[in-house]
Write a new protein. Structure first.
Length: 366
């Protein structure tokens, strides 16, 4: 009987500690809710409204009717019409669209005579889900003046797989893993390291020196910048050696994009450290940020297929913008300046997080 009483006493003490630790209690409730909402609402493998652009060199009644019918399927959302194939390829390379539709000037003749494929569907093949959606489009029924022609059966639509002709999943996963690993390690390492310094009393020693708050913060993150760059080199080198993942763009631009992203995550880690009182709390808050980052950033599921509210939340996350940068440079050979808006988004997040971290850190020292 006495052992049971002691066990219950220890359990009661543990419940009291949990009730006083509001962050841990919030995580117990919050993490299951986030997972439920993410997987049940935001994550959608039945992809709709994929971003697309088209070229209509024929510009006839039949070609316009085809564009109207394929848009009505709601599988794709046509953002714009461009003048030629070069402009369409530029949109594909920059990641502005996931699908491109090319209608040649003899579209009507090809539809009537059926001697050649009438439409080219250009697909960003780095995402297997988008590629599967494109192949489903080829079986869609399109109405021409009350006559239905099934494109898949008549073989009028040709799917051209850009950037991943061999359809290897590693080509899509490895560049995305760069951002996932850097997010997890950089935020966690920085947050835990700063909190550990506070627990050991080392920060108080640094405070008594002439070092300013800004200098202290920046000095703390510089070693982790180098660690992040080393991780980048290791991941990309292993991806090339073991999975034959090509780097089609500039390696210096990959390095530049990673440098901005690493700095952004380190700034977030500093901000978390100003809220966390213990290393365990720092780990909890990091995981609370990491979970939505990996689920709705476009790493696991197509960004365009998510509901609008999930896309709005994802635009706040640094990993969303870095995924576009790293995949654009590595897989599509895009120039980093063509994706300048992604760099600006990362820069704004970094400045806001670093400013708040310095302000909160200074306030706590006063």
């Amino acid at each position: 009987m006495k052992p049971l009483v002691r066990i219950l006493a220890v359990a009661h003490k543990e419940f009291l500690q949990l009730s006083r630790d509001r962050l841990t209690f919030g995580m117990i409730i919050g993490i299951p809710l986030i997972q439920l909402l993410m997987f049940g609402y935001a994550i959608n493998t039945d992809v709709r409204n994929l971003s697309a652009a088209y070229v209509d060199e024929a510009d006839t009644h039949l070609s316009r009717q085809f564009v109207s019918d394929i848009t009505a399927s709601q599988v794709i959302s046509i953002n714009q019409r461009v003048g030629n194939a070069q402009e369409l390829n530029f949109l594909m390379d920059s990641g502005s669209v996931s699908l491109g539709i090319y209608l040649p000037d003899d579209f009507d003749r090809r539809v009537i005579e059926r001697d050649r494929k009438a439409v080219q569907l250009l697909v960003d093949g780095t995402d297997p889900i988008i590629l599967g959606v494109a192949r489903q489009l080829t079986t869609m029924g399109v109405h021409f003046d009350s006559q239905t022609r099934i494109f898949g059966e008549q073989n009028l639509m040709e799917v051209r797989n850009y950037y991943n002709p061999e359809r290897r999943s590693a080509v899509n996963i490895v560049p995305g893993l760069v951002g996932v690993i850097l997010t997890m390690t950089m935020v966690l390492f920085t947050a835990v390291a700063i909190v550990r310094e506070k627990e050991r009393g080392n920060l108080e020693l640094l405070i008594n020196t002439p070092v300013k708050t800004t200098e202290l913060m920046l000095g703390k993150i510089i070693p982790y910048v180098l660690i992040g760059l080393i991780q980048l080199v290791i991941i990309l080198s292993c991806g090339r050696v073991f999975f034959s993942v090509p780097i089609r763009g500039s390696e210096l631009q990959v390095l530049a994009a990673a440098l901005v992203f690493i700095s952004t995550n380190l700034s977030l880690g500093l901000l978390i450290s100003t809220f966390a009182k213990t290393q365990f709390q720092a780990m909890q808050m990091t995981f609370f940020f990491f979970l939505p980052s990996i689920l709705i950033s476009g790493f696991m599921f197509p960004f365009d297929g998510m509901p609008e509210i999930a896309q709005m939340i994802a635009e706040i996350l640094p990993l969303t913008h870095f995924n576009r940068l790293i995949r654009g440079i590595i897989l599509r050979g895009a120039d980093i300046m063509d994706m300048w808006d992604e760099l600006v988004a990362l820069g704004i997040f970094m400045l806001v997080a670093l400013t708040l971290a310095i302000a909160r850190f200074s306030k706590r020292l006063d």
